[in-house]
Design a protein around this ligand. Structure first.
Ligand code: BES
Ligand code: MN
Ligand code: ZN
Length: 506
């Protein structure tokens, strides 16, 4: 499927479906008025039958005087109500029509009325990402495959003067969308297929496709050599070997300090000896979604070919109970030398992340961002819409919040601090791996903060946003690939003069 930018007059567009905007009270968009004029009032006659609500569609055939085969009149809502959420509704509704009719091409000609976003680059990038997300269907482990996608080309119509910027926009948008798709696919795969070994193979396959990317996989013996006994303790009960996957992308200058992304890759979290209850335990196959979003963002990065250095580190293990499994009360020594009393084997994410974070030190990072489905408490605090953000650096935190806003993939900051750190005191080790029932997201981040003192670090808790639990929508969301990509795009802006809208060359 190809995204394209068209600049022709709407009446001249040869397409199976022309999607035009209509606001409430029968208010036709400029493009719709052009079509109306050519068609002798066909649209204005019918406009009263449309209430113009965002995402409401009316399919019209044989509109006279134009080259398009069909027209969809797409409600965009009242001007004052248009946001990125209504924009997404519009795109989803348009894609719904395109899929239902099995069209091979279509053009959105919405005159930028799908939102009030004045940044054309961002508006079209979002359209691209969200349209693409509607085309993803999981069928990998079904014997009956989904129908082959009929859609070959999806275009956005813009004015000639905006065409160049719009081209950048669909290039970045589809790169980000591809990363999102990869993250969703990895998340959706079951735990018996998507193992730590599988994740490492995916990372190696990405390396093979990009000259600037080098993937190295550290095996258990190598991790033991480095003293990563916290990470290793998590996979102790599993037959699946744990992996530390390191992906180094060199798009920048030799000496440019890299931005590091770290992902929690627990390919299944039973809780270990601190076994989880049975209800919804299947959803713990999604406990590698942090890793999936980091791998997805690396894929987008290679496609955008950004001129920066980035390192991704995925800490991957399967958390199982067995006679070999780590037990509550066991004490392990981390790579940093700090000892940890594992009071609950279900607080395993921090145990794999802490050694991956210590490993990050060797890259002398400019910034480190870890992404993890870390705490159920984050769902209590922020629900399923906003990721949790915790950081030891205000500048990095603010920039990630802004990146999340820009990408419509939002996060909200929670505090970390001394007063919470005390909850992690242990009588028998340097730190306990749990901090009691209060402020679970914060104490989890406080644990990580003990391993990140040497660099600017932020932690994204995506427990609430990484997947959807409901019925037909059940599945991985690909969040926070867009946020991570925007974070990386912003690092390019940092080093270069501001260009209009998007900050990098293609
Ligand atoms: N992977 C879970 C967190 C989680 C649970 C994410 C449910 C999404 C939905 C994590 O490993 C975990 O089990 N955390 C515990 C920590 C507790 C033992 C301190 C939790 O949140 O209950
Ligand atoms: Mn757990
Ligand atoms: Zn977990």
């Amino acid at each position: 499927m190809q995204f394209e930018i068209f600049t022709d007059a709407v009446t001249d567009l040869e397409t199976e479906c022309l999607i035009l905007a209509i606001a409430p009270e029968g208010k036709l968009s400029p493009s719709a008025l052009e079509v109306d004029a050519k068609s002798g009032g066909y649209l204005s006659d019918i406009a009263a039958d449309h209430n113009g609500k965002a995402g409401e569609t009316l399919l019209l055939h044989k509109v006279p005087g134009i080259k398009a085969k069909r027209v969809v009149l797409m409600g965009v809502g009242k001007q004052e109500d248009r946001t990125d959420r209504t924009q997404r509704k519009v795109i989803v509704a348009g894609m719904g029509q395109i899929k239902a009719l099995k069209l091979s091409n279509a053009v959105f000609a919405l005159d930028h009325m799908e939102s009030n976003d004045e940044d054309l680059y961002r508006q079209i990038r979002h359209n691209t990402e969200w349209a693409s997300a509607e085309l993803y269907q999981y069928d990998t482990t079904k014997s009956k495959k989904a129908d082959e996608l009929a859609l070959e080309s999806l275009a956005f119509r813009v004015d000639e003067a905006d065409a160049e910027l719009a081209e950048y926009s669909i290039a970045d948008g589809s790169a980000i969308a591809n990363g999102v798709t990869t993250a969703r696919e990895l998340g959706n795969l079951p735990g018996n297929i998507c193992t730590p070994t599988y994740l490492s193979e995916i990372a190696i396959a990405l390396d093979a496709e990009c000259d600037k990317l080098t993937t190295t996989v550290l095996e258990e013996d190598e991790m033991a050599e480095l003293g990563m006994f916290s990470l290793l303790s998590v996979g102790e009960g599993s037959i699946q070997p744990s992996k530390l996957i390191v992906m180094e992308y060199k798009g920048g200058e030799e000496g440019d300090k890299p931005h590091v992304l770290v992902g929690k890759g627990i390919t299944f979290d039973t809780g270990g000896i601190s076994l989880k209850p049975g209800a919804k335990m299947d959803e713990m196959k999604f406990d590698m979604c942090g890793a999936a979003s980091v791998i997805g963002a690396m894929e987008s990065l290679t496609e955008m070919a950004l001129p920066i250095n980035v390192v991704a580190i995925v800490a991957s293990a399967e958390n199982m109970p067995s006679s070999k499994a780590t037990k509550p009360g066991d004490i392990v020594t981390t790579m940093s030398g700090q000892t940890v009393e594992i009071l609950n084997t279900d607080a395993e994410g921090r145990l794999v992340l802490c050694d991956a974070l210590t490993y990050a030190e060797r890259f002398e990072p400019a910034t480190v961002v870890d992404v993890a489905t870390l705490t159920g408490a984050c769902i209590v605090a922020l629900g399923h819409h906003t990721a949790g953000l915790l950081s030891n650096n205000d500048e990095l935190a603010d920039s990630l919040l802004a990146a999340g806003d820009f990408a419509a993939d939002r996060a909200w900051r929670l505090p970390i601090g001394e007063e919470y750190q005390e909850q992690l005191d242990s009588n028998f080790a340097d730190i306990a791996n749990i901090g009691g029932p209060a402020a679970g997201t914060i104490t989890a981040a406080c644990f990580l903060a003990r391993f990140t003192e040497k660099f600017a670090w932020a932690h994204l808790d995506i427990a609430g946003v990484a997947w959807n639990s409901n019925g037909k929508a059940k599945g991985s969301t690909g969040r926070c690939v867009p946020l991570l990509c925007q974070h990386l795009l912003n690092q390019v802006d940092e080093g270069e003069e501001e260009q209009e809208g998007c900050g990098h060359d293609h």
